[in-house]
Design a protein around this ligand. Sequence first.
Ligand code: PLP
Length: 391
Amino acid sequence: MNSAVMTTYAPSDIAFDRGEGVYMFTEDGRRILDFGSGIAVTSLGHSHPHLLAALHAQVDKLLHYSNLYVIPEQERMARRLADNSFASSVFFCNSGAEAVEAGLKLVRRYQVEAGHPEKNRIITCSGSFHGRTLATISAAKQEKHMQGFSPLLDGFDQVAFGNINEMRAAITDATAGILVEPIQGEGGIHYAEPDYLKRLRATADEFGLLLFFDEVQTGVGRTGKLFAYEWSDMEPDVMSLAKGLGGGIAVGACLANERASTGMAPGSHGSTFGGNPVAMAAANAVLDVILEDGFLGHVQAMGKYLKERLAALGEKHPKILKDVRGEGLLVGISCHATNLDLVKAMEAENVLVIPAGDNVVRFIPPLIVQQNEIDEAVEAFDKVCAAAQAP
Ligand SMILES: *Cc1c(COP(=O)(O)O)cnc(C)c1O
């Protein structure tokens, strides 16, 4: 095909026409089970009636106006995020990378306000992913993302994920903050020892640093808690959200506690589209559903079931699969066979799953997924593994 779309992606040749629940349909009627959710985005599945109703109502009234005026739906969304998290204020933007960028700026500004302009470096972890802007590729330091884009941004140091001693050893008089994903998503669903996050908190306090969690992938119910940090008994100072936040509408957010946001005076940061009425109608509608009684319990139960079924497949196909890991409906299985081959074969079986780093296949269905739909995905994966070539 002679495409005019820039060659940054190498899409498979399927195009979708409509969606309903966990299924998407092609124009010629092929039905495909979506266990990728547009990379952890469509958390309520496709065509969720509550989300659609909220969007239709807003679109009929107003699409956009700027942050030069009060946006009531944005006020409401910020209040609800603050009331349900560690944060006291929220900056809205349109993507994960922008949410991380906002947080990086906030960390630097905080240290200036605190009388420490010399503290301007941020420590990040190997295997992390924070987006594709210049600052976020400079932060994550993934060779394949940086290549050809020099000069990168200075101000980032990197240590091994999950190693508190290395983290402490890397702190200098120039360190301003620590940026980590509580569970590394793109890197291959890696999580650290249970008390790593608590020790990061203690370390940040000891050295006067801000602790910044990138929950762009793990946030908004994906792991079975509203935010992944809730699994450990601690709170960050700053947190980025995006992916699932708008249920398919582009919404990003940077949340901060009171001290972390003190320097962000009028004019210090901004976004033309950030927090506009349509985006906020979507985000409020997503939150309505996720905060319903029992919803997060459903995510936990489905996640447990999915992990158990995949672990059983791991035992059945030990030459193809390795271990299952994840929390809630952020689940990955590491493979002996090539993950991309398995993803491709699943597509031929009409199931979408997503590759991740470390040769992992990610199962990240909409959070509304039901047990029989998990069975359908797992049965397809069983068939694919049975036919796959052991390396
Ligand atoms: C996807 C992701 C990002 C980048 O989000 P974009 O919306 O693609 O900019 C940042 N951080 C994490 C943890 C992510 O998973």
